[in-house]
Design a protein. Structure first.
Length: 189
């Protein structure tokens, strides 16, 4: 397994150890130093936290949609009138996504037009130490992951986020419009 394959497997949780042995001048030695290992442990924790936050958001949204739907059904049984809690929930969720869009766009533009500064800002926000400040003279990790690697990784993350955001927003808009159409049909027919 190559060093980069092992990094990928480590970040995916497929292996518990990042360290690999390499041969330098005929002698086996560990590839990563302690600083690099500690930084990559932090990276792994942040990646796991981001994945959990994403899944948690999806679960909370689905739970909210199911709850409001059930609340509307219960209200219909109690009062004979269909509740509007579900419609308000869907409309507010879509409105919240629309409000977040300028902030997301600003962050994306910051990364596109000033990557170096955005990279530093990202690390200062998400890392509580300076382990991410690697030295090309002593740290091999920074030499196998030059700036182009990080630019590509940021682009991939932005693309995946944008796809998910648009898919979720389109689905939300469809459900809101469908619910509005059903309400209009009930009123008129």
């Amino acid at each position: 397994m190559t060093v980069t394959d092992n990094i990928r497997a480590y970040l995916k949780g497929e292996t518990s150890s990042l360290q690999v042995a390499v041969e330098v001048n005929g002698k086996a030695r560990p590839f990563f130093n302690e600083r690099e290992l500690a930084h990559m442990e932090d990276v792994r924790k942040i990646k796991i936290a981001a994945e959990r936050a994403g899944f948690g958001g999806i679960i909370l949204f689905v739970a909210g949609a199911l709850f409001t739907n059930q609340a509307d059904i219960l209200q219909k049984f109690r009062t004979g009138a269909r509740g509007r809690l579900r419609a308000r929930f869907m409309k507010n969720a879509l409105f919240g996504m629309a409000l977040a869009l300028p902030v997301i766009a600003a962050a994306a533009l910051y990364f596109v037009f000033n990557f170096d500064s955005a990279f530093v800002t990202f690390h200062r926000i998400f890392f509580r130490n300076d382990l991410w400040l690697l030295n090309p003279e002593t740290d091999l990790l920074i030499n196998i992951m030059p700036q182009g690697f990080f630019e590509d990784a940021a682009g991939t993350a932005a693309r995946d986020f944008a796809f998910g955001y648009c898919f979720f927003a389109a689905g939300q808009a469809f459900l809101w419009l469908w619910d509005a159409k059903l309400r209009a049909l009930r009123r008129n027919g």
